[in-house]
Design a protein around this ligand. Structure first.
Ligand SMILES: [Zn+2]
Length: 272
């Protein structure tokens, strides 16, 4: 009798233990998203929702296209099945129409930067700037008549100190009135900090700048001499892939990303 009672107690204990473990597992499974308050109401754990937010990277290349270097960059992007954004110089596009067509055929996003990249000329007046900008847009339209993207990047960035404040703000107003979104960046690859920047420095600048960033807009340059930019690219792409970033162009931007980027002062940066 004694043995039977002990055996019964043992079975009950094991059952209770197993039920407790399974309850613990169940609560652990729902913990990341839901919290129950003292009155039994369920709340969404917003900090954990935030952790699950998609990370996104926009690789951007200014000043191209160039004859050979764009090809190097393009080949890597195609090999990795990702798209990037190219803010082009109209004059370079006229001189490299075959490269431009190849970029378009591979669904890269092409946006206007300027026609001549002559700071002293374009930033002298609003009229000069807009004339140069429209010339660039017309070059893109000549190559691709259906072109209608409405994103652009200003040479030197939208808060450059080249032109007088009043001139700069009237340039920005005119661009916005034409329906364009002005794009800056939050990660500088530093590939223009010297005549030749090593690919290691470019790689380190991008990786260091991306730490803890959920929306990364990376500034690179595409010119014939920027070979090290192309050399650093595969390791940079690998870094973003390993860290679960989604590669996007501005043509694919969501409203949520856009408002976050305004908040982060990456696009349509207001004067301070
Ligand atoms: Zn530029």
């Amino acid at each position: 009798m004694k043995n039977k009672r002990d055996k019964g107690c043992f079975i009950i204990l094991i059952t209770i233990l197993m039920m407790s473990i399974s309850a613990l597992n169940a609560s652990a499974a729902v913990m990341p998203l839901c919290i129950k308050d003292d009155e039994g109401r369920i709340h969404i754990n917003k900090s954990d929702l935030h952790k699950q937010e998609d990370k996104v990277v926009f690789l951007t290349f200014d000043d191209g296209p160039s004859h050979l270097n764009t090809e190097r960059i393009l080949n890597l992007l195609v090999k990795n099945e990702i798209k990037a954004s190219f803010f082009i110089i109209g004059k370079n596009a006229e001189n490299n129409k075959t490269v431009m067509k190849k970029m378009m055929d591979n669904n890269m996003a092409i946006y206007p930067h300027c026609y001549e990249h002559d700071y002293s000329k374009i930033y002298r007046s609003r009229e000069n700037y807009i004339k140069d900008f429209e010339k660039c847009v017309n070059v893109i339209r000549d190559i691709s008549p259906s072109y209608n993207a409405r994103f652009m990047r200003m040479p030197g960035g939208s808060d450059n100190t080249i032109s007088k404040r009043g001139v700069l703000s009237s340039i920005k107003s005119s661009i916005s009135d034409k329906g364009y979104t002005i794009v800056d960046w939050n990660i500088d690859s530093r590939d223009t900090f010297a005549q030749k920047v090593s690919s290691e420095v470019i790689k380190r600048s991008v990786i260091k700048g991306s730490d803890g960033i959920s929306i990364a807009v990376v500034l690179f340059h595409d010119a014939e001499a920027k070979i090290t930019t192309a050399e650093a690219l595969q390791d940079i792409i690998d870094y973003y892939k390993e860290n679960n970033y989604k590669f996007k162009t501005f043509n694919e931007i969501t409203l949520k990303e856009k408002s976050k980027m305004i908040e982060m002062r990456i696009i349509n940066k207001a004067a301070v």
